[in-house]
Ligand binder design. Sequence first.
Ligand code: TRP
Ligand code: ZN
Length: 896
Amino acid sequence: MSASQQLQAEQQPQAIYLKDYKVPDYLIAKTELHVDIYDGYTLVTSNLSLRENPAAQAASQLKLHGTDLELISLAIDGKELAANAYEFGEESLTIKNTPAQFLLTCVTKIFPEKNTSLEGLYKSRTMYCTQCEAEGFRKITYYLDRPDVMSEFTTTVVADKKFPVLLSNGNLVGQGDLDNNRHFATWHDPFKKPAYLFALVAGDLAHIEDSFTTCSQREVTLKIYVEPKDLDKCDHAMTSLKNSMRWDEEVYGREYDLDIFMIVAVDDFNMGAMENKGLNIFNTSCVLAKPETTTDVGFQRVEGVVAHEYFHNWSGNRVTCRDWFQLSLKEGFTVYRDSEFSADMGSHTVKRVEDVSLLRTLQFAEDAGPMAHPIRPESYIEISNFYTLTIYEKGAEIVRMLANLLGKENFRKGTDLYFDRHDGQAVTTEDFVAALADASGKDLTQFKRWYSQAGTPRLQVTDEYNEDTQEYSLHIKQSCPPTPECQQKLPFHIPVAMGLLGSAGDLPLYLKDAEPDFETGDNTHKVIELTQQEQTFVFTRVQEKPVPSLLRGFSAPVKLHYDYSREDLMLLMSRDSDGFNRWDASQQLALQVINDVITVYQRGENINAASIDSRLIEALRSVLQDESLDQAMVAYMLTLPSEAYISELADIVDVEAIHYSRALVRKTIAHELRSEFDRVYNGYDHQQAYAVTADAIAARSLKNVALEYLMLLDDEDIIRSCERQYLTANNMTDVMAALTQLVNAKAELAQSLSGNALAHFYEKWQAESLVVNQWLTVQATCRLPNTLARVKALEVHNAYDSKNPNKIRALVSAFCNNNAINFHDAEGEGYKFLADKIIVLNKQNPQIASRLLTPLTKWKKYAPARQLLMKTQLERIMAEPDLSKDVFEVVSKSLA
Ligand code: TRP
Ligand code: ZN
């Protein structure tokens, strides 16, 4: 290495390792903040009661975190420090010769108006707000900004009276007027918390108010604050909040602990929402909902995110993380909790299908790419990059397996013990598993490998049936592909829920050397636990050759391979007692059929309806005729595996082959089942009043799937009905469904109607930012040619704002992630477009820039020509000066 290369290497951001964890040198018993907001700048005065941590070695110097701060003054026990008493480091301040216990007073000046990173204190439209997780508090004042430093906060917010609402965590303990048309509010949070849970808001906000009586009869005031124009869109979030509070009492025995719970909606937000103690801050997209502006998916998202943030009050706040390697301790557990809540509010099978679809397409892809990491990572460069599908969704799957392995009662005992044992502490995933093991007596030693080994395990299943002995054997082999930091994996502990199907349905299960189970059911369902690389399970008294129904309910986050015939899959689709596996069989059958077409396409032959196995058509016809099925399940079974899922399963992604083959299968289904789809569409009562019940949502989704198929037929009458639905629907779900079909239909009539509809839509909704976002997305995801040009035109439209994350997601991210055929343009125009955006955002908002990189990180999955084009753009980004840690980490790992 040359000297200059060495220098460059040293300047590169450094990784932080779990193995280097040390307890903090100092603790902060109390934190008093005084935040003075002025136009253009804010003064922050902090008073920290510090003392040496008895668990640490005497330090006698104090290193505080701080980023982009202007230090105004610094004093110990009221005595101003001389400039040589402290030293600035990179993003830190070290005070030398500190006593064992003292009061540190620090004044910093910050510039929220100029803060485009949306981390720390910033301004969103008309209001000031904060986002501190993971390490944003250090952009407000110098602090021990790490989750194992927990402190009791008192916060005074001071601002001009043009910001009438001044909020922070906990209870309001004082307020009043000051000179110069200013006023203040003081908030005290009695619960110790890490700085990442701190929040403040100042703005001219309206609110709705309600109350909740807890299980011990305490009254809690509930308030949702929004910009006045959004006051009519808060009811659904309020209902969801009350449902969450009741559910957490009933299912986990968790009661809310302050007298007030507040939610504030902000328009500029990097993620979905944030669980700050007593003061949740939400992306408007995750709170606001009303039928005219919000789709069913939007309503469900609000319910899920409100629940998620509320549940964090226990899983995250009362019991928090020791360090950021433990992030899944709170996120995986809380996602599991919110997912079960949503399932209880609607349908378990439907929710499971939705969660598993997300996991299998996006999380599996992450686990197979350059950013793969275990749910408890060993190292990171920038923690913001680790708020991933792996930490959240796979983390939730690991908790789900634990819950299922322990059973309902023992799992509840385990979580009770966990909350009880660790209340007020900052702990690790080890502590979580230990509580579950202690309460249940279950040995979870091997299970813990799920926390440390990345990658999606693969199960290879073969079987044989012996007619003479009536024995049936299942052989299961597990393996796990190598991931960047781990080449060789030890076997996982994998619960496989299963049954055996005979010609008339489920067969009784007599597993050799195990007791039959007539207690919890009819002995047709079993969970077999894999612990070795290879295992065989023998069933006796099996009277006919069965079809195995494996991994019921998706009992483990693995890829299961069993050589099902198409007849087997049709049997599972129509007969399995497990609703999830009925759906999964439909997906596997469709995949096989699509893969047939892909093979023909790749041979360079013409693909046409003759290449399509009619068994798929017949199976789907039966699904449409099956009155016993939930309509939401019918809709999902009729929906073919997405291009993203097919791509994830492929070794090399052939964008065109996948796109055109899937499209052909869809079109063939539309032709063959036309009368069934007509019956569904025309049988639907389009005049009915709108409701957001599970049944109403299911009926709408099935009807709209029927419309989607019918619109593939290029039929003038259907196109007119679709336009009618667009014009007359009383809810956004049906409006968007119709608009999406018009925009994507090739027929000239549809194209001209869609032009009118898009213009009409914008005209009508231009004042509703969240609705405009849907309008942007519908255009960005149009699969017809020239979409990139349209996206570029929209970037300069009034509807767009290149600084607002929701707009970026609606336009740029939608195009790059949900429009493969256009993003993967053969000349690389899509890649170049994305890299251009990332280079600008790298300076403006590194978190968003880094997230946008995802599609480029998958470059190794494509054929050489595309690989080169994608890699070229990654290298172009890498060569940029002043790369943020966020972008540097993802790009460098992708190129490694
Ligand atoms: N903890 C939040 C949640 O899962 C998400 C979160 C983490 C976040 N980092 C953030 C939100 C940064 C906004 C910005 O609920
Ligand atoms: Zn969370």
